[in-house]
Design a protein around this ligand. Structure first.
Ligand code: NAG
Ligand code: NAG
Ligand code: NAG
Ligand code: NAG
Ligand code: NAG
Ligand code: NAG
Length: 623
């Protein structure tokens, strides 16, 4: 145990020298609460030091969804946040459930309280909680054991269930120098297994040097440890498209790490020679101490796993299953074990998207989507629809906890990926294919609005929900937000829970929640612009974020509309002589984007105009 007590002292000496120079000091290994007696504040083991330009700021933490904290409501409760705020910044609905291991952005108000920055929340203890387990497991290192112990008067050895703890969360505001460099936020990031400063800097688009210096890290490739946090300096608030899903960490259940908990890893240190030995000592102790609880935990987990298998939670619509049994419908019901085998136990190599996997089922390649929300609606809708331009639902399955929907496999992935990641292929402008894709989507929507019985509004048309098959023919996917259209002239369905994606949402929907087919027409207008210009629905222009639709509409308002537009999309075009065919398509998109839903064309009209443009192009090619 001697080594363990030396570590903090060496650390303290090293860190205090760093504090003087750096923005904040990285505190290396996760230390137990006994450090309380050996350091005098300010110490990075507590929280981040109050040394910023401002005494308070709005900032962000990242939290990884984990069992019991996957829903918007449970995470906002854990962080004392308004659920609608959390939903908004993560671009999800208020009833959304994040997959375990998914990063969730937590906005907080961070302020100086004495020597440390903190954002307060509260937590009611469970029977087996310790300050250590609350800081490290529940809050993933976003709080610290030492600061929990100092903010709460309960004896660390006598915590029991039902106590309300004040939980100070680690946060910090930029220093004067950082502010001058354009850094506006310091994102508190809880280190995950295998994270490196280099990878994180890449992902958040900051230089490794800037990240390292924000954390007082001086080495070229500093080691960072799970259970600790680092600050990532950002110019703009973090965006939900920067978050990723990690392989979920299985924390041992509380109680199997008695007392203040073991120091997890070797100390990070830039100068000392001792840490190697300390490291070996710690690692050795750790192995001894951890082996027994881990073995017990694994045994227990297996027992729990077996129990779980017996109570399935996924519910599939009964009538669909009965219908299936009766009428020889194509929808198949797969055994969960079949899906496991088809996807190598849902291995990451088989992953196509956040929770979509590729698998070979009964001899055919299929796409298997794991869903966390009630999917009976989507199943009910899709099994009734049958159109070449709508994705086919081939089967369903209920797993241990989630439902699985099995779709036809689309070789070329989403239109979004195709447009932005494969720019070598379609990127080099092939007008014929682009028009075909737009027409495919238009025909799918026309069917949905005008021929399906009852008619439906998709409500979430965007380039990532349009999939391309091997021949680059497009199909509309993801019907989780679709609803029956009650719409008649003069009437409409109203929805309270506005869901959708920034850049594609029609103005009347944001204002009043009006659901009409014109909602899809608007979103289709945006997709058509993306297809034609090869640009994202939200773009950076002159350093600002702008909607693609707004930019194009401004260009068309000018007198020299053709010139400006061809400058804008020109670089992607293979053949300048086709620009005169592009203009009517852009104008059609702009008509779809009319602020007044009544003035937008119907999908039927869109289809007929696009067909004319398509045959125009074909006759030109023939000449
Ligand atoms: C989730 O919460 C339930 C009840 O509050 C508790 O029994 C269970 O241990 C928790 N699970 C985890 C993984 O924390
Ligand atoms: C931060 O404080 C402001 C002003 O008091 C408040 O409007 C806002 O909701 C707070 N934000 C969070 C994330 O708590
Ligand atoms: C957080 O809690 C501490 C300790 O109770 C208190 O001093 C501080 O004012 C609180 N901060 C905020 C922003 O409420
Ligand atoms: C801020 O930058 C200036 C000039 O580069 C430097 O002299 C000063 O030490 C820096 N301050 C801090 C606190 O790092
Ligand atoms: C971390 O890296 C090790 C070795 O490369 C690997 O075995 C392990 O699966 C990785 N863990 C995660 C969560 O990716
Ligand atoms: C992420 O979204 C922001 C706007 O929220 C946008 O500026 C940025 O380009 C997007 N990045 C990617 C990789 O899509």
């Amino acid at each position: 145990m001697k080594h363990l007590q030396i570590t903090p002292i060496i650390f303290f000496v090293l860190c205090t020298s760093i504090i003087i120079r750096a923005q904040q000091a990285y505190y290396g290994s996760d230390v137990d609460c006994s450090i309380k007696g050996t350091t005098t504040p300010p110490s990075p083991y507590y929280l981040y030091t109050c040394n910023g330009y401002h005494l308070s700021c709005q900032t962000f933490l990242l939290f990884n969804a984990q069992p019991n904290f996957t829903s918007v409501s449970s995470i906002s409760n854990l962080m004392s946040l308004n659920p609608s705020k959390l939903a908004q910044i993560n671009k999800v609905g208020e009833y959304h459930k994040f997959p375990s291991g998914m990063e969730v952005i937590i906005p907080v108000n961070c302020s100086c309280s004495g020597q440390y920055y903190q954002a307060n929340t509260s937590y009611v203890t469970g029977d087996d909680d310790t300050y250590y387990s609350v800081a490290t497991h529940v809050y993933q290192g976003l709080s610290s054991c030492s600061s929990l112990a100092s903010e709460n008067s309960h004896d660390p050895n006598e915590l029991y269930g039902g106590l309300e703890l004040l939980v100070p969360l680690r946060c910090a505001c930029p220093t004067e120098n950082q502010t001058k460099d354009g850094i506006n936020y310091l994102l508190t990031y809880p280190i995950y297994e295998n994270d490196s400063v280099y990878d994180l800097s890449q992902r958040f688009k900051v230089s490794e040097q800037t990240t390292a210096s924000a954390n007082g890290l001086t080495e070229a490739d500093p080691v960072v440890f799970q259970g600790t946090t680092i600050l990532i300096p950002l110019r703009t608030p973090p965006s939900s498209n920067q978050t990723i899903i990690h392989y979920p960490i299985q924390y041992p259940p509380p109680g199997s790490t008695p007392g203040p908990g073991p120091p997890l890893v070797v100390a990070h240190n830039s100068k000392g020679r001792h840490p190697l030995w300390i490291g070996i000592g710690v690692a050795f102790l750790f192995i001894i101490c951890a082996a027994v609880p881990i073995a017990l935990y694994l045994l227990r987990k297996r027992a729990v796993g077996n129990e779980k298998k017996k109570r399935k939670r996924c519910v599939l619509p009964k009538d669909v299953l009965e219908y299936q049994a009766g009428a020889g419908h194509a929808l198949k019901v797969f055994e969960f074990e079949e899906l496991e085998a088809a996807t190598d136990n849902f291995s990451s190599e088989r992953r196509l998207g956040v929770s979509v996997y590729k698998g070979v089922l009964r001899g055919n390649i299929m796409a298997i989507k794991e869903t966390f929300k009630d999917s009976s609606k989507e199943v009910n809708i899709l099994h009734k629809l049958n159109h070449f331009n709508l994705i086919s639902l081939l089967g369903v399955s209920s797993g241990l906890e989630n439902c699985y929907l099995v779709y036809e496999y689309m070789e070329n992935g989403s239109l979004k990926d195709w447009l932005y990641n494969n720019s070598g292929r379609l990127g080099n402008w092939c007008l014929k294919q682009r028009i075909q894709i737009a027409l495919d989507v238009a025909e799918g929507l026309d069917y949905l609005h005008n021929f399906a019985e009852p008619p439906y509004v998709h409500s979430d048309i965007k380039s990532s929900n349009i999939l391309l098959n091997g021949n680059l023919r497009a199909k509309i996917a993801n019907f989780s937000l679709a609803r029956a259209s009650e719409w008649k002239e003069g009437g409409c369905a109203i929805t309270k829970n506005v869901e959708g994606t920034v850049g594609y949402i029609a103005p009347e929907y944001l204002e009043s929640g009006m659901v009409t087919p014109k909602l899809d027409v608007f979103a289709f207008g945006v997709v058509m612009l993306e297809v034609i210009t090869g640009k994202d629905a939200v773009i950076q222009l002159e350093g600002k974020e702008k909607l693609l639709s707004t930019v194009i509409m401004c260009m068309l308002e000018g007198v020299d509309d053709g010139d400006k537009l061809s400058d804008f999309i020109g670089p992607a075009m293979r053949d300048d002589s086709q620009i005169d065919l592009v203009i009517p398509i852009v104008k059609l998109s702009v008509a779809c984007l009319n602020q007044d839903p009544g003035s937008r064309p119907s999908m039927e009209e869109v289809v007929s105009i696009l067909s004319i443009i398509q045959s125009d192009l074909q006759s030109r090619v023939m000449l």
